[in-house]
Design a protein. Structure first.
Length: 304
């Protein structure tokens, strides 16, 4: 049984899956197994995974989404630790070995994530060749539920966790790809301490078309935030409370961004209605008025 299982959900991922697999196979930590969950792909994803032979185990399922694929890979494996990586991201060779070292030094912590670098797919040799120290980021180590309410600090591709913690926490929700992983890590942070490595160990691929995706009909991030607070409150298990000022700022920014996106290029009624609520309830009414004006100008004169 490998000590670490690496689960890679893959949907139509043939273009980028190879470099992702190579980066995991190049890990200096070797006691691991890679599982690619082919989520109903219609391209050559399965062929790319199969080309690596026994070094990569392929699971194929009907299309069920990212979270269901992660759950499937975890449930169909057995290991002490579980690592996640998306099919287009890249690992630093020392990522796993430093995370396992952190777990060994902190046996009372169950989840470990790292800093990451946003990346457009260009040359990455310098990132991969620079050695790391494994230093911890103290502000996001320990009981961090009250900070996880503010934003999802943990990029899934940077995360490794103990299977025992997974067994107790339960699987990822399969409700919304934008919030499922955040909900899971917040839920886990109610019961377990987290570790964060301060240095970037992941190249997080940014696709050119990502900014032009369809504006979501619902503000799922803010809806999820309020659901989490309703379920769990605003304090970590050690009694540390969320920073109330920062929480209100994050709420405002989340709703303001949603209103701006719809007013500029989505449903005008949704955008104006959301801005109306911001103006009625505050805070930052002046800022909201200014942003509304800019949104409407962008709608009237879209960039070509």
């Amino acid at each position: 049984m490998p000590r670490v299982i690496v689960v890679i959900p893959a949907y139509n991922a043939a273009t980028f899956l190879g470099p992702t697999l190579e980066s995991v196979l190049n890990s200096t930590y070797k006691d691991l197994e890679i599982i690619v969950v082919n989520d109903g792909s219609q391209d050559d994803t399965a062929a790319v995974a199969s080309s690596y032979g026994p070094r990569v185990r392929l699971i194929t399922q009907n299309n069920a989404g990212m979270s269901a694929s992660r759950n499937r890979g975890i449930q169909d494996s057995d290991s002490e630790f579980i690592a996640l990586v998306d099919s287009d991201d890249i690992w630093h060779p020392q990522k796993t070995i430093w995370q396992i070292s952190a777990f060994e030094a902190h046996p009372d912590h169950a989840y470990c994530f790292t800093e990451f670098t946003s990346w457009n797919g260009g040359v990455s040799s310098e990132f991969l060749s620079q050695p790391r120290t494994g230093a911890l980021e103290p502000t996001l180590t320990g009981w961090i539920y009250h900070k996880m309410l503010l934003t999802n600090w943990a990029l899934p591709s940077s995360m490794i966790f103990r299977r025992q913690a997974w067994n107790m926490t339960g699987p990822f929700l399969c409700d919304d790809q934008q919030t499922d992983d955040w909900e899971y890590f917040v839920r886990a942070s109610r019961s377990f301490r987290f570790l964060k490595l301060a240095e970037p160990f992941v190249l997080y691929r940014q696709h050119p078309g990502s900014l032009s995706r369809k504006v979501p009909a619902k503000n799922t991030t803010e809806i999820m935030r309020e659901s989490l607070i309703a379920r769990y409150g605003t304090s970590s298990p050690d009694g540390t409370n969320v920073n109330a000022t920062e929480l209100e700022r994050r709420r405002y920014v989340g709703w303001s961004n949603f209103a701006d996106a719809h007013s500029a290029c989505g449903s005008l009624g949704t955008g104006l209605g959301t801005f109306g609520k911001l103006l009625l309830n505050g805070p930052r009414r002046g800022e909201s008025v200014q942003r509304l004006g800019k949104s409407l100008i962008r709608r009237a004169f879209p960039k070509r």
